[in-house]
Design a protein around this ligand. Structure first.
Ligand code: ATP
Length: 332
């Protein structure tokens, strides 16, 4: 193999730059030329790429975002687009393409593999951690820290004003960030897709809990962590309902994009470096159609389809603890 390429796709995640650095330096170590396509799959279609050298990846390990830029590319779903990408990769003489992104990006990688004879390898880079075949995705640990820091700060106002706060965290349709940030911040209540009830049940449950906690503590400060896409009309509408029903002021806080940014924590940098180096070595061994991930401290390859076919479960013990602590708070 002489030439290898990479791109970052979907939502950016802290640690993507650390991963790019590891891929570039490992490729150079093995004497490969390495190319970075810009703006996700758009770069393949537009032939927008850079020849990456060691100097391009100096001083980036600590930076959030991605030096290659990321993007959504809806047109890439068509067969024609995949064929154009395959042709462009062949023109440049690329033999293997590494795709850093989430499950959508891996669908894109698989789609390309159906039309291209080169090797395709995925690396899990998304804050949501909703990719099977790895314990954690690159960016996930940093997103928890960012959410946690914000929740701690909101709690100061919740305590000072004796208010209820609903804090919406990211996760697409998965509760990994929500569960971990809620446990670590000692949130009073949590609403996750994996343990969600009907809206009526959820409302009844939360109102009873607020009442019990108010009696127990003698104040009305209360924090709920809610994952995005969970309450049908959004957390703002839920906050209005809770204000009316409890007569306690309830405010929504949507953390939003701050969770995707920032300097990666050490766990994300180390994971990104490990997976980046391993992906290059896997490409040199001829692997294709797989995602590299880490399970129980071992680096493993998973068929790309298996990264999205099953919903990755939350840690059941963590869910149980959260539920137990919630129940204890209700006791008089
Ligand atoms: P995140 O969830 O963190 O935002 P992601 O990789 O899941 O990351 P998506 O927006 O779902 O983000 O997908 C990224 C890109 O992957 C899409 O914009 C598109 O270019 C490509 N893609 C997604 N699904 C497909 C598909 N079925 N076929 C071809 N390409 C796809």
């Amino acid at each position: 193999m002489r030439k290898i390429a990479l791109l970052t796709s979907g939502g950016d995640a802290p640690g993507m730059n650390a991963c790019i650095r590891a891929i570039v330096l490992t490729s150079l170590r093995y004497g490969l030329e390495v190319y970075g396509y810009r703006h996700g799959f758009n770069g393949l279609l537009e032939q927008e790429y850079l020849n990456l050298r060691a100097k391009n990846v100096a001083n980036i390990i600590q930076r959030g975002g991605t030096i290659l830029n990321s993007a959504r590319c809806l047109t890439f779903k068509s067969d024609d687009a995949a064929k154009v990408a395959a042709k462009n990769l062949d023109i440049l003489g690329i033999e293997a393409l590494l795709v850093i992104g989430g499950d959508g990006s891996f669908r894109g990688a698989k789609h390309l593999a159906n039309h291209w004879s080169g090797q395709v390898i995925g690396l899990p880079g998304t804050i949501d951690n909703d990719v099977d075949g790895t314990d954690a995705t690159i960016g996930y640990y940093t997103a928890i820290e960012t959410a946690l820091d914000s929740i701690d700060k909101v709690r100061d106002t919740a305590d000072a004003f004796e208010r209820i706060f609903l804090i919406e965290v990211m996760g697409r349709h998965a509760g990994f960030i929500g569960l971990n940030a809620a446990i670590a911040s000692a949130a009073d209540h949590i609403m996750l897709p994996e343990i969600s009830r009907s809206c009526d049940d959820e409302l009844e449950n939360i109102l009873a809990h607020i009442e019990a906690v108010k009696k127990r503590r003698g104040n009305t400060s209360y924090i709920v962590v809610v994952t995005e896409n969970l309450w049908p009309d959004g957390v703002t509408s839920l906050a209005q309902i809770l204000t009316e029903k409890t007569q306690i002021e309830c405010r929504p806080v949507i953390l939003g994009y701050v969770q995707r940014g920032g300097s990666p924590v050490s766990q994300d940098r180390v994971l990104a470096t490990k997976l980046g180096a391993f992906a290059v070595e896997a490409a040199l061994e001829g692997k294709t159609g797989v995602m590299v991930g880490e399970i129980n401290q071992e680096i493993v390859c998973t068929e790309l389809e298996n990264s999205w076919l099953q919903k990755k479960p939350l840690d059941p013990y963590l869910v149980k603890i959260q539920q137990d602590l919630f129940d204890i708070l209700k006791r008089p």
